[in-house]
Design a protein around this ligand. Structure first.
Ligand SMILES: [Zn+2]
Length: 608
């Protein structure tokens, strides 16, 4: 028996290996059992290599496969003995797909191991309640059949096969034969008013690429990294040079020229090229938007410390289409709006990359997306962020359940400046009709209200059945199920507005001293009152300089100073001071800073 091990790894750096032994009947089996012949299968492995790996695994030339969810659907890799998962999958359907790979053939037994991470709320929830995942509810795929935008794509594909696009009468007849009287008026108008020669006169490849044909809700707008050799080649020719890709929301932070990354089995340095970005105007100034980025192989190694900080990019919205806005309000305390189009801006202001041997100017980067969206805003004098994120979680869960949507199809961001939560169509391919969802908001709230109120989970922040969600994992600790259904109940007129008290003391603008931190190429400057102190950046250790300098400044302040404000242009410094970013590089200096900061009544960071 060949023992094949198959691993899903959500975090690539945390791979573990398990060993499995059995009785042998041939030398090949002994080799197979005692030697690990492993390969990696992920989106960062190019297509040709991937199919070779699949072939080898099927034919027992490999016995371990490390994989990201790329292997989840549609790829035949034969029978397996062991499935090992690093982290709990998002949904029971993902679990079934992954676990179901084992024990398919004549093997009588299969072993499925899931490692749960104790810092993940999602993992810990299912560790306590494994049945909810292993035997959880699997919703069949679903779509809004009254969403005409989606229907159009199917019509386009149907009409494409007919060829004679001029004879509109005939087209209407053929379509009626196939689709019946469903949406008849809308369909007939669409056929009459569309120039199909113009619309469909492209290669099939392009028709899928530009969203004319129906797709699988995969993202079409990912930012791709190509090997430098691909420069100047056509989109299709470039495919074989693709070594990595990210959704734009993350790419603005993760793909910056000068970065050194581990991609597709090698170490690469991202390089700048004037053809791959355009300058965009953002609410925080000009920034480069990379549609694609190039990389060349680099020597050396990447240490764990190269991931300096892990704060998210700034998330802002810009209103661009004031024409088509629908609005519902509850006494002006909570507003829910539908916008046909808004601009989502993901901005990273970090100017320099110092991960390489030299400082590299990369400039601010941004990704700008245009999307239909549902906006939820609130009166921040009356309600806290924690209460509102709970309410948003209730809505999010109810929408996804009622419309059978996948967790990744609607994304949520919070614009801190506008105090607005934005639920948007992640793919931007209009497969989801948010306008119809918006018009149904009362039913959605009513469904969510009953679901959360009647859920028998004991935890105050709810469970994965009533309001938690994989995509909202980062907010899990803030959620409060009572507040969530009480706000929904208030909207529906079932109860009064719950009293909301801000737990954290708000010091507002109270400060005795304002210390400004400015990061230059080779030094960090601290200015306060009439002093300027500089700290040299040694060996690109920027964090070291920031927090060492700050310690010196704090140690020299007058004894009677109690409230300190620290202002800076760098988001990561401000986030670090406010406890919102994880400073991993120079961790010991940061700890020392935290210790010294304890002697003040309050220290807060403010971005300028
Ligand atoms: Zn619950």
């Amino acid at each position: 028996m060949n023992n094949k091990i198959y691993m899903y790894c959500l975090r690539r750096e945390k791979l573990k290996i398990i060993f499995n032994k059995s009785n042998y009947s041939s030398i090949k089996e002994i080799i197979n059992d005692n030697f690990f012949i492993a390969e990696t299968h992920s989106s960062e492995v190019n297509k040709e290599e991937k199919s070779e790996i699949e072939y080898k695994f099927q034919n027992n030339e490999l016995n371990i496969l490390f994989s990201t969810p790329t292997l989840e659907m549609g790829i035949d890799i034969g029978g397996l003995n062991i499935v090992f998962m690093q982290g709990v999958p998002p949904l029971p359907s993902n679990f079934a797909q992954r676990a179901g790979r084992a024990g398919r053939k004549d093997d009588k037994t299969a072993l499925i191991i899931t490692l749960c991470d104790d810092i993940s709320y999602h993992d810990m929830y299912y560790f306590q309640n494994p049945k909810d995942m292993i035997d959880g509810v699997i919703n069949p795929p679903n779509f809004q059949n009254d969403n005409f935008e989606l229907g159009k794509k199917h019509l386009n594909a149907f009409i494409y096969q007919i060829h004679d696009f001029n004879n509109k009468e005939m087209l209407i007849n053929e379509v009626t034969k196939a689709f019946g009287s469903f949406n008849k008026e809308e369909i007939n108008n669409y056929i009459k008013n569309t120039d199909f020669y113009k619309l469909l006169g492209k290669s099939v490849y392009n028709l899928y690429e530009d969203n004319t044909f129906p797709d699988y809700s995969f993202r079409r707008d990912e930012v791709k990294v190509y090997e430098l050799e691909a420069l100047g080649k056509s989109k299709k020719e470039k495919e074989v040079y693709e070594i990595s890709s990210r959704e734009p929301e993350l790419a603005c932070k993760e793909y910056k020229p000068g970065d050194i990354k581990y991609m597709s089995g090698s170490i690469y340095k991202l390089v700048d090229h004037e053809t791959c970005y355009k300058m965009v105007d953002t609410l925080l100034g000009e920034a480069r938007q990379y549609k694609e980025i190039y990389a060349k192989e680099a020597k050396g190694y990447i240490s764990r410390n190269d991931s300096t900080i892990s704060s998210s990019p700034e998330e802002l919205i810009k209103y661009i289409d004031k024409e088509e806005i629908l609005r519902k309000t509850k006494e002006d305390l909570i507003n829910i709006e539908y916008h046909r189009e808004i601009e989502l801006q993901f901005i990273d202001l970090e100017d320099y990359k110092n991960k390489d041997s030299i400082m590299y100017y990369c400039g601010p980067t941004a990704q700008v997306l245009k999307r239909q969206a549902i906006l939820i805003s609130y009166n921040m004098d009356i309600m806290t962020y924690e209460t509102m994120i709970s309410f948003v979680a209730l809505i999010n869960n109810a929408i996804k359940e009622l419309y059978g949507l996948d967790d990744s199809e609607i994304k949520i961001i919070h614009d801190e400046r506008e105090k607005v939560f934005v639920l948007y169509d992640a793919n931007g391919n209009k497969n989801i009709d948010l306008k119809k969802i918006f018009s149904n908001i009362s039913n959605i709230l009513s469904y969510g209200y009953n679901k959360v109120k009647n859920c028998d989970c004991k935890e105050i922040n709810g469970c994965y059945i009533c309001m938690k969600n994989y995509s909202l994992n980062r907010y899990s600790a803030l959620l409060n199920k009572v507040k969530a259904y009480k706000i929904a109940g208030y909207w529906l007129g079932k109860n009064r507005l719950p009293i909301d008290i801000k737990i954290t003391e708000d010091y507002g603008d109270i400060y005795d001293i304002d210390i400004n931190i400015s990061v230059k190429q080779d030094r960090v400057e601290f200015s306060y009152e009439n002093n300027i102190i500089t700290e040299k950046i040694d060996k690109q250790m920027q964090n070291e300089a920031v927090f060492n300098g700050l310690i010196k400044v704090l140690n020299n302040l007058d004894e009677d100073i109690e409230y300190v404000k620290i202002s800076s242009k760098s988001k990561y410094i401000v986030d670090g001071i406010n406890g919102e970013a994880n400073i991993s590089k120079s961790n010991s200096t940061f700890s020392k800073y935290n210790f010294i900061s304890l002697k003040y009544k309050n220290i807060y960071g403010e971005k300028v």
